[in-house]
Write a protein of this length. Structure first.
Length: 521
């Protein structure tokens, strides 16, 4: 099989997007790169017409274009031709609108959706989310503005695809029904219910009938707690360096949003950079020591207070190691500047690994849940060779206006030169709806230069996505793996730590730079 590469476009400074002529060519190139990865290749995402290839460095990404053009594609993997039946109650919020858009009416949409077998072409967006290909009777556009929270089990349509949302996530697809099927379960040999190549049959039902689950009782000997969570603050999660290399399963990298701060906190207590820490947003965290511990806090500028019942409180600095004795409580105040603080404990937090990481992924639900009052944490023994570091200079506070450098593309051609110039001239404000998935920005709406829908394609941290509403979203670590709104640019990897410390009301200006990777067409 020959492959026609229509273009290779830079996606920031650490990825390229390969545009191909057909889905079969996409899957062929995908299989070739799975079997023979490029030097420095980290992640690989197949989509409707593209393959996204991410690298471990900007240098590796610069060499991708030449190597990609010399690749012989593999045979597209078809997976098991298994039939998966999914029961659906058709009462979605957008069902009537889809009936109007397609001209089929409510009953006609249900009949078309259940009256054909769909084929799972590829995964993405989130773990367990499969893009199902059917006929063109139900082709509809995405919503102008994505919902902030689509309920788990929602059955949806967009372009010529159908899919089921495995869990609560943002999303812009049209909702026509709901199911109680479990799309993603790490306890199964194959976590995803629907695999690429599977056939899927939707079946209309009036109610869900399921057998009661069998309760399995196991004796688990819990380790004694080293730290007790007295107050978790607004949100505190466990984070490390994340899960690179699993985007093909719909699993984003996750991990600490400010990786420099995580590395600094771990370095100060003598941990490897990959040790798990606590990521706290906006202070309010209170921890009590049940055993003797050495900690360090880096990231946002917060007041650190240690208190105990029989002594006056004392203040300890950020960016320096300190002891927390049995019975003492560490409190993180509200940040003077910044958003996220990283609390490292010598030895690292001892939590189960999920797909190779202890990180909490808010998009996929993988990893430990955010901390709650009364949560108990255990700490791994520190290696005898680990050395507690010396205090380091605290980072400087951010300017009133944070400038983030970005590389235009891969879909900058969806916008006029004037619109792109307006984007660069605008001071964007971070809104309160921002989270670990992305920064939602406020400012003047931008308009596309072309109509129509963009087929879903892979995305990366730092992507500046433009929904039809025209108000941009800057993706962070827990972003969806694929998306169908055009990305006008991608923030440099080196600037993402600064973006992670921008809270509601912070102002951003984006500065386009010329990529070292050529834009080939």
């Amino acid at each position: 099989m020959t492959t026609t590469i229509r273009s290779i476009r830079p996606v920031g400074d650490r990825a390229v997007l390969v545009q191909l002529g057909s889905l079969s060519e996409v899957l062929g190139l995908y299989e070739a790169l799975r079997e023979h990865p490029l030097p420095g290749q980290v992640d690989l995402i197949a989509a409707a017409e593209t393959v996204l290839v991410t690298a471990d460095s900007a240098k590796a990404a610069r060499g991708f274009a030449a190597r990609l053009r010399s690749i012989t594609p593999g045979a597209a993997a078809t997976g098991q031709n298994e039939l998966v039946t999914i029961d659906v109650i058709y009462d979605g919020d957008d069902l009537d609108e889809v009936g109007d858009l397609t001209g089929l009416g409510r009953d006609g949409v249900i009949g078309a959706h259940t009256g054909q077998q769909w084929t799972a072409a590829f995964g993405g967006f989130a773990p367990g989310f499969a893009y199902l290909v059917g006929d063109d009777r139900l082709r509809v556009s995405r919503r102008d503005s994505p919902r902030k929270a689509v309920p788990a089990g929602s059955v949806a349509l967009a372009d010529n695809y159908s899919a089921v949302y495995p869990r609560v996530t943002p999303g812009g697809w049209q909702l026509i029904g709901r199911t109680d099927a479990t799309l993603w379960n790490l306890d199964r040999d194959q976590p995803a219910l629907v695999q690429p190549g599977n056939r899927v049959q939707f079946r209309a039902v009036r109610e869900f009938v399921r057998a009661a689950p069998t309760t399995v009782v196991t004796d688990v000997a819990d380790l004694p707690a080293d730290l007790l969570v007295v107050q978790p603050g607004l949100q505190t999660t466990v984070q490390d360096l994340g899960r690179p290399g699993l985007a093909h399963l719909g699993v984003a990298g996750a991990g600490a949003l400010d990786r420099g701060a995580l590395r600094r906190a771990n370095r100060l207590v003598g941990n490897p950079a990959s040790a798990a820490v606590l990521e706290n947003a906006l202070g309010g965290l209170v921890l009590e020591a049940r055993t003797e511990q050495v900690l360090a806090v880096a990231g946002a500028s917060v007041l650190l207070t240690i208190s105990r019942t029989d002594a006056a409180p004392r203040v300890v600095p950020t960016d320096a190691p300190f002891a927390l004795h049995i019975g003492e409580r560490l409190s993180l105040g509200a940040p003077l500047w910044g958003v996220r603080s990283y609390v490292a404990v010598r030895g690292g937090l001892n939590l189960p690994l999920a797909l190779g990481s202890r990180s909490t992924d808010s998009m996929s639900g993988i990893g430990p849940a955010p901390l709650v009052v009364g949560a108990e944490l255990t700490v791994l023994p520190a290696p005898a060779t680990s050395v507690v570091g010396a205090a380091e200079p605290a980072p400087s506070p951010p300017a009133d206006l944070t400038v983030l450098r970005y590389v235009r593309g891969p879909r900058a051609d969806w916008f006029s030169a004037e619109t792109l110039a307006d984007f660069d001239r605008t001071d964007w404000a971070v809104t309160i709806q921002s989270n670990r998935i992305g920064l939602r920005l406020d400012g003047p709406a931008l308009h596309r230069a072309r109509p129509g829908e963009l087929p879903s394609e892979g995305t990366v941290s730092g992507a500046i996505q433009l929904p039809a509403s025209g108000v941009p979203v800057l993706f962070l670590a827990d972003h969806p793996v694929t998306g169908g709104y055009p990305v006008l640019g991608v923030v440099l990897h080196a600037d993402l730590d600064r973006a992670a410390q921008l809270g509601p009301g912070a102002r951003i200006r984006f500065a386009a730079i010329t990529p070292e990777t050529p834009n080939e067409s």
